[in-house]
Ligand binder design. Sequence first.
Ligand SMILES: Cc1ncc(COP(=O)(O)O)c(C=O)c1O
Length: 394
Amino acid sequence: MPDKIQNSLSARMSVLKAEGAYNVLTKATQLEAEGKHIIHWEIGQPDFPTPVNISQEAIRAIKKGLTKYTPPLGIMPLRKRIAQEIIHSRGLDISEKQIAVTPSGKTALFVAMAALLEKGDEVIYPNPGFPSYETLARFFGCKLRPVPLLEKNNFSFDMKIFTTLFSKRTKVIILNSPGNPTGGVMSQDDLAVIAEAVKNSNCWVITDEMYSRIIYDNLNYPSFYSYKHLNNRIILVDGFSKTFSMTGWRIGYLSVPKEIIDKIDYLLTHLVGCTATFIQYAALAGLEGKKTELNKMIAEFQKRRNFIVKRLNQIDGIICQKPQGAFYVFPNIKYFGKSSKFLADYLLRTAGVALLDGTSFGKFGEGYLRISYATNMDNLNEGLIRIRKALANI
Ligand SMILES: Cc1ncc(COP(=O)(O)O)c(C=O)c1O
């Protein structure tokens, strides 16, 4: 009977499945309920509280009655402030009229893909990559063109494969730098090759720069959104979840060419109406406030990254690159001769360390694990001791 009901859904619903992180979290929570102590390395969210000025502004806004609808594209002061940030960080000349506020980065991604993609269109995207890229490309009936990320190249695109996959049939290229799940930052050289290809085509780029402020080693962050001459064919997806530790607030945004903003407005009108009003004011306070807490968080993440990379490389059989962004590491575990899924499950059950297998992010993630170091030093240390012991017994 459930099958019969499911079969009556639209065909596109059949492509939807659970995300790896949620599956592992469910298993880990079950083990905790049975009394087992679990170290959580699976969750992709900062362990820091939302900065106080943001929370206080949300409370002030609610008390002031800012609890009604706003225009679908968001309140103007927030759109203006986002535009200023983009102008300042990317050296662009954009207007607030190009900004659309959304209830999450995920909504921004959905809106961008829905606006551009047709059944049968070819979509190039990173693999291993954020799972929504592939799932949504399937959902919109597109042809999948995953580009493997290369460990030896800071987990940037395999440019040879990119060049063979890119053609006049390519409708959208999705970029994500710094990337989830690898933390890799794409080099200016690789971005330049992509820009050159796009320049001579009709294809669009969706650049997901959700982690663009979480960058280490004083790296001068190369953003695809700073290619001015291509700006009429790039959509920027960004949000507040990671930078301002606001994962549960649900707020993100898009920056789009001015020619399409009306259509984005109408799509948001029918999809969400608007983003929660007091949360928009809170996000504005985040952008206007001092960046002390953000800077502290980044300094702490950098310390943790250095620590976990060094210690992982001291474990026999593990090779771990030092990523320059986000809060993930993606160690190579091919030496153990087991699938990533097996190893992730083994480490959860025998060592009580919850982490994700690389294939949760696509087939080219085989041979890797994803560790989120958005947890405190004690948990990192304890997890490292546990996995070293468990891997020695394999
Ligand atoms: C690469 C990437 N893009 C987009 C998102 C979506 O973020 P949110 O919907 O919380 O704004 C995430 C969240 O994990 C992410 O890792």
